[in-house]
Ligand binder design. Structure first.
Ligand code: ZN
Length: 162
């Protein structure tokens, strides 16, 4: 029987995420909890560690340092010409984009600002360098299916739709 969070368990949880100053950064919506596959890096590593062994109904408070969250900040944001992006690309602040260097390696970055002529891009996730203060309530646990384990994410209600 599935009663503790461990690898290959699909976890349904509700959460509130706060910054150091107590401001709410993110939360699951009422009636629309987060569903993830434990042990598959669906969530930040520090939170996955904190939830290991928890059971249905548990409420957990965890403060996750950047190293186990979205990483420390690396590099600086810069402005690049808007014309480097496809003319029909719908760009928005907060959007993650993947560029390729001349060796074809993927370089992920985030758009942090847009003007008519330029786009400001940042190599850091918006929450890089932040300590993440989570309050989590475990709503349900179940065993993952073989297909979910193979895909590395949950399917069905609240999960991945193919
Ligand atoms: Zn899938």
């Amino acid at each position: 029987m599935t009663n503790r969070i461990a690898a290959n368990i699909v976890v349904t949880l509700s959460y509130t995420l706060r910054a150091d100053d107590g401001e709410i950064i993110d939360s699951s919506d009422e009636g629309n909890p987060l569903v993830y596959l434990h042990g598959a890096s669906n969530i930040v590593p520090g939170l996955e560690e904190e939830l290991e062994g928890a059971t249905e109904g548990d409420s957990i408070k965890a403060s996750i340092p950047p190293e186990k969250g979205y990483g420390p900040r690396i590099g600086e944001s810069q402005e690049v010409p808007r014309r480097l992006f496809p003319a029909d690309a719908e760009l928005a602040a907060g959007m993650q984009v993947v560029a390729h260097d001349d060796q074809g390696r993927q370089i992920p970055f985030f758009i942090t600002g847009i003007s008519e002529e330029t786009v400001t891009v940042d190599p850091n996730h918006p929450l890089a360098g932040e300590t993440l203060h989570f309050e989590v309530t475990i709503e349900a646990l179940r065993d993952a299916t073989e297909e979910e384990i193979a895909h590395g994410h949950p399917h069905g209600a609240g999960g991945h739709a193919h």
